[in-house]
Design a protein around this ligand. Sequence first.
Ligand SMILES: [Zn+2]
Length: 115
Amino acid sequence: MLITEQKTINNYYQALLNRESSFVGIFYVGVKTTDVFCIATCRARKPKLENVEFYTTFKDALDNGYRPCKICKPTENANQAPEQVEKAIQDQIYKAADWSDAKARDHIDQSIRWR
Ligand SMILES: [Zn+2]
């Protein structure tokens, strides 16, 4: 979910500037100028308030076109609720399964054609 409440945004932005580890997993910050998202403790240079968006899950940030930051690795280092992580991992597995099924089907079609 995108955070739209100004008070929460200000709180989170302050936590970002202070690299508050207690906010890791609470919010994910998308930087509009770089299309990268971070967790609170990221060592990268802090963006301006007008260039950031806060999300409650890293999946929201991914869905909105942000890439995980290479410095803080938000998808690996966040202490997210286990079911959210579980769900994100399952989505990835389903995507992979769809892909291999399609490939397998192509392969079968071709082998029939060549018979
Ligand atoms: Zn980062």
